[in-house]
Design a binder for this molecule. Sequence first.
Ligand code: GLN
Ligand code: MG
Ligand code: MG
Ligand code: MG
Length: 441
Amino acid sequence: NCKNADDVLKAVKEYDVSFIQFWFVDVLGVLKSFQVTPSELEGAFEEGMGFDGSSIEGFCRIQESDMVAFPDPTTFQLVAWRPTEKPVARMFCDIKNPDGTPYEGDSRYALKRMTEKAAEKGYAFYVGPELEFFLFPNERETTLLDRGGYFDAPPLDLGNDVRRDIIFALNKMGIVVEYSHHEVAPSQHEIDLRYQEAVKMADTAVTYRVIVKETARKHGCYATFMPKPLFGQNGSGMHVHQSLFKNGKNVFFDPKGEYNLSEECRHYIAGLLKHAPEITAICNQWVNSYKRLVPGYEAPVYVAWARRNRSSLIRVPMYKPGKEAATRIELRSPDPACNPYLAFAVMLAAGLKGIEEKYELPAPVEEDIFEMNEAERAKYGIESLPGSLNEAIEAMEKSEVVKEALGEHIFNKFIENKKMEWDAYRTQVTEYEIKKYLPLL
Ligand code: GLN
Ligand code: MG
Ligand code: MG
Ligand code: MG
């Protein structure tokens, strides 16, 4: 575990590292990487490594494309999927302008700025995501590899071997795993990570996705974080457990509060609920994401909170009631194909807004919301999440909270990109339409 540039330089010598990958993500959370040799490293820590930002999605225009990547020494790790002899290492980077100011298009910077804003109020933001994924034979077909279901124990099949090796690889890179199990859908798995501070966790989520994919590849299959690959089956979610700490104490916990929740926690939940439609485009950024957010598949559709109800958007887990450190809330809408930096940033922004403005928390809804009709939902004041990427973009476009959280650059680039995606999708003629209309009309 390196603390500074000197530690990294020492480690590179000690382990005889051959290349160091410099990692960052584009505005959609897609990993970008370039490699440097050990001889370049010292200079890179001092002056950064220049690169052309104009071909990176959501970065900048040709005329102003010189960017500089500064490696963050605390993220130095040997990558687990490369040979142990002459190993390869990686570090996450902060992206800066040539004049040394932070680059506004850098997602990691947006999250850092947001967590620093929280820190000014004394809050440290902790998150624990549950990233679900499917295993398929390759990237062109969704043939099932198993017929397992939720928590099914082995018949020892390929999926179990892949999962086991993923956990070994995660551990090797310093990532602590809490649970892993077969998920509800066939060929679907989940590995849950020990909660961490948000910037670290966003780095970890990016690493997790690479490790899952690389490990699957080694086993001759393909792992996908596509939110809804199979019609008629559960999709893949990324539930995010969240808490705020102040001076080492969990501020969501109050032994005297209802359900052991503090006033601050209640305002935080209220903030997430109120701004939920606005942050959905970030948490569910693909056309396909909205195929998951439909009734009947344990994914949320309506804006409500509950202690137990798994159809609600926010749940308050009660595994260890009364235990301070375990007190948290779970946002169930995000999917694992999001940009985790931006997703954590907008969640925190919405929650903090709730605390700042002391939003009133509506009553929990423990009944099954999917069983209610529209009138009943209206009676409880239960709104819906956006039903499509298009609706989500419209809600985001009006959002001051999201604009402020992401900064104008990312906010605009993201919307621009997503409008293009929606337009490309909107004009497609799908299998469904051919099957339905060709015989009919
Ligand atoms: N796969 C479900 C979703 O889309 C979650 C299922 C679960 O974790 N119980 O969110
Ligand atoms: Mg889970
Ligand atoms: Mg799950
Ligand atoms: Mg969960």
